[in-house]
Design a protein around this ligand. Sequence first.
Ligand code: A3P
Length: 298
Amino acid sequence: MANSSSDLSRDLPKVNFWDEPDVLTQWEGFWLFTALVDPAMTFRSNFVARDDDVLLTSLPKTGTTWLMALSHSILKKGERGDPLTTNNPHSLVPTIESEPLSNHCNLDIYDASASRLLHTHLPYSVLPDSVKDSACKIVYIARSPKDTLISMWHFYNVIFRRDREPLPLDRAVDFFCSGMHPGGHFSDHVAEYWLESRRRPDKILFLKYEEIKSHPKREISRIAEFLGRPFTEEGEVEELLWRCSFERLKKLEVNKTANAKFFRKGQVGDWKNYLTSDMEDRINQTVGLKLEALGLFF
Ligand code: A3P
């Protein structure tokens, strides 16, 4: 990811990530890709939410792609055709802070002429006031920190070290435990959305990747009801789950080559195949303690 920063973000603290210099910038207490800080600032200052907008939110590698596919399909149910057949979910739902650089969706997120389904990795505290104060709904997906870390390790090795040895996993654990990774600190990001969802359950739906895996029909129905599009027809839930399933999406032509990095294993507990007990202890004593205090994941 290219580093670029304007006057607004130039003086903010920067650190190396995955051996790439100055790739992360700290803004409002969280680490972001340096190139995304300016678009994030613009979003916070300029975005005006509509009451019927829906904002998906997540830390990277927690199930964003799945949530995009599910939410898009729920909001479009009843319409003919299945856009997922020919579009990667990231091309259907723009990630606000990276859309100006990636142009995945070719969409002006500031065009408020119709309701929008958008996504961001930004923490709750920096969301625009109009998102917080309007009736716009927020859906957050969280995932166990250990599986997120392993998913992140594979992903950033593809992005930053394609032709080199992967970053030693021990060093990835260091980045993770110190909170120096996109969206970090992990526990602070989760805590902000978790606490706000408890305070305003009508405003924020807090989902867990593991629960969607273990109780897919129940969790998908929760999303549909929250978005005001409950399932009414026989077989609808099953059909939608199949459409958005890892197994189906991974095999589609559109999700091969460049998009293949979004579909790795899609399993719960894969961390057990990678983390040593020392690495596990380090995570438990840092990220784990904070999440345990919230009653989450530990
Ligand atoms: P793994 O690396 O553990 O396989 P994100 O979308 O936030 O980048 O998260 C990526 C993780 O979600 C990856 O986890 C990926 O395989 C998994 N994933 C992607 N699509 C999925 C789907 N339709 N169902 C379940 N998991 C999915």
